[in-house]
Each structure stands twice: as C-alpha cells, then as structure tokens.
Ligand binder design. Structure first.
Ligand code: ATP
Length: 354
C-alpha cells in the first residue's frame, strides 16, 4: 500500500488556497460537486466518454476531464494532471468498484479524502465481520456447514454485485437444490447467513476527526428488485414465487422512531472506536451501517460501507437530521467539502486526507 507519508509529501506541494475537489462521474458525484461549490471550492469531474452530458447539464463542475475507461485515471500522466490542479479525490462506491481497492491502495498517489487503509477492511468479508464484531454490533448468525441450516438463510457469493445471485434457503436440501440449479458449485467461497426479518435502516453517518464528533446526517432504505416487487404480489404469486434478488434500483427516504436514535448513534460510535483500534487513525468521514431492525427493536448489522453511499442522494438539500445540525442544506457531499475547508483553515489537511 502507498504509504501515508508518500501521499502527504504530495499534499505538501499543494497550494492550500487553490484546492480542487475532484471525483469520478457516477454514484454521488453530482452531490459531491454541488457540496464542493457550496463550500467555495473549485470542482472537477472525471467522466467516461458518453456520460459527460449529465455533468454538463447540471453545470456543477468547473472542469470536466473525459477518459475512455476509468483505469486511465491510474495512469501516471493522468494523475499528474490532477496533482497539478491540487486535486483531492473524493471516493464513492463506483469510484472504489471501477478503480478496485487494491489498485487504489497501491497505484493512486493523488491525495484522497479519508483513510485509504479502510478499503481493505471493507472489501474483505472476513475482515469486515471482525470489525463489526469488535464494534460489538449484533450480527446475523452464520453457518459454516450447509448441513447446519435450521432457519431461513441468505447465501452470499463473492462478486454477487448488489445482491444479484444471492440465494435463500430454509434447509440443507433446499440449499443443495438451488446451488445445483444455479450451477454455483464451483463459485468458491460463500457465506451462509441467517435471513433477518424486520425493517431495514441504512443510517448515514459522518465522523469528523477534527472535532472528534460523530454526526447522523440522514438515512435511507434501499429499494431492491425483485424482492420489493414480490412483496406487492406475494398473495397472488404464492404458488409460483420467483427466486428473490436484491438488486438496488433506487433509495427510499426514512426517519426512525426517535426513541431508537440513541442506539443508532451508539452503533456508529462503536464502529469508529473499533476502526481506531484496528487501523489507526481509523475511519474518517462518511460511512453507513446496513441494518435490519427486528420486532424486538434489536438492530442486526450485516455490512459497513466505509464511504459516501448512494442513499445520501435523497438529501442533496439536507435531511430532517442534517437540518437539526446545520443552518444550511447539508448533504453528505457538502459535509465532506466542509471538513476539507475546516482542515485547510486549521492547517490540518493531513488529518483528513490519505
Ligand atoms: P452492496 O455492496 O451494494 O452493499 P452487496 O452485494 O454486498 O451489496 P448486501 O448489502 O450484503 O449485498 O445485501 C443486499 C441486500 O440483501 C440488502 O440490502 C438487504 O436487503 C438484503 N440482506 C443482506 N443481508 C441480509 C440479511 N442477513 N438478512 C436480511 N436481508 C439481508
């Protein structure tokens, strides 16, 4: 992994009053660009050829660079162009997926908002579980042996992007049948996890190392196909239910019972503390814990996204929670830019960039 010192050495060459906030044109880029502009930064978006129109249309980027494919971003000459512009890159879900965590860690020498060491902990299911356990989150029960399946389980295969290709099974026989049918026998490692029945909440947090403060900025529910469609027809379809899939197609806004807020904040705090113990200085900036709240009002967590999540796009002009925290419409994108601004003011950029 590129060492923190190498990145900070590059950052030393940056003109603090000429910083550009840059990102890849996808996922939450519009929100990030708007946030940068609202906080007074220059902004830059890197677009794959053919997608520029979206970013021109909204006029939020001061500069637009076109690439044929996102791998080009890692080319030395391209990175040098970004460094010349004093660019700080803001990672988001598509950014991490297109560039790949390993290549970001080893080849991307442009300073990035947050702690790039977190990529390792997020990308590896085993390490992610270790992190969640250390944070003392309640997790779905896992079964090492399919023969032990004694309740409804979700089988998660690696690379099953966005929940496509997961299977549900209630016992060992059903698991084997579906595995055969889907020809999944040779797909390598998989995780058999209890399917938690309840209501989903995906809270969007922001941790500021400058203030040592955790903020709850907003929350959403992922709208997933075809599972959310099946729910509407389950009575009619009951004899011929299709295999559910969990492909994200959108996001729905949600607020939580106020009496549950202390627990939501507590989960966020524990995730931060555990990250600081496991990979100092820990998680910096935006993150999300994917949870299901059961009828006993217990939160079962099944994933941490250690960066801005797409559900925050609902709140470009603020959320019910961010409106309580800030006098201006504070999206997660804008909160990132605000943290960079505060860091520049206090000469603490190295605290929030790696
Ligand atoms: P992403 O990386 O985009 O978060 P993914 O491929 O890692 O997606 P998950 O987030 O693990 O997939 O799961 C996809 C969806 O499946 C969730 O949003 C949720 O609806 C459902 N899900 C996952 N795990 C469980 C569980 N243990 N119990 C109930 N539902 C679950």
């Amino acid at each position: 992994m590129l060492h923190r010192k190498e990145i900070h050495h590059i950052l030393d060459g940056y003109a603090r009053d000429e910083i550009t906030i840059a990102t890849i044109g996808s996922h939450t880029a519009l929100q990030i660009l708007k946030g940068a502009r609202d906080e007074g930064f220059k902004s830059l978006v890197i677009c794959k050829r053919g997608t520029e129109e979206v970013y021109r249309q909204f006029g939020l980027a001061d500069e637009l660079l076109t690439v044929e494919n996102f791998e080009q971003v890692l080319e030395k000459s391209f990175q040098e162009q970004l460094i010349k512009r004093n660019a700080i890159l803001i990672p988001h879900g598509s950014f991490v997926e297109y560039l790949s965590p390993v290549r970001i860690e080893n080849e991307l020498f442009v300073p990035m908002f947050g702690n790039r060491a977190v990529l390792d902990w997020e990308a590896d299911r085993g390490k992610e579980r270790e992190w969640m356990e250390r944070a003392e989150l309640r997790l779905p029960v896992e079964f090492n042996d399919p023969a032990d399946i004694d309740r409804l389980v979700m089988v998660k295969f690696p690379g099953a992007k966005g929940g496509r290709g997961y299977i549900l099974a209630s016992n060992h026989d059903e698991f084997e049948q579906k595995r055969k049918k889907l020809e999944l026998r040779d797909k390598g490692e998989f995780t058999i996890q209890e399917y938690v029945v309840g209501t989903r909440f995906y809270p969007h947090y922001f941790y500021s190392p400058l203030k040592d403060k955790l903020e709850l900025l907003s929350m959403d529910i992922r709208y997933e196909s075809n599972i959310d469609g099946i729910a509407r027809l389950s009575y009619i379809l009951r004899d011929s239910l299709p295999e559910p899939s969990f492909v994200v197609t959108g996001n729905l806004p949600v607020v939580i019972r106020e009496s549950l807020l202390p627990r939501v904040l507590e989960m966020g705090r524990r995730v931060i503390t555990a990250s600081q113990e496991m990979f100092s200085p820990g998680l910096i900036g935006p993150f999300c814990i994917e949870t299901v709240c059961t009828e006993d009002l217990a939160f079962i967590a099944f994933e941490i996204s250690a960066r801005i999540v797409a559900g925050t796009n609902l709140y470009i002009s603020g959320s019910p929670y961010s409106q309580l925290l800030y006098d201006v419409p504070m999206s997660t994108g804008r909160r990132i830019a605000r943290e960079v601004k505060e860091a520049i003011k206090g000469d603490l950029l190295k605290e929030v960039v790696y």
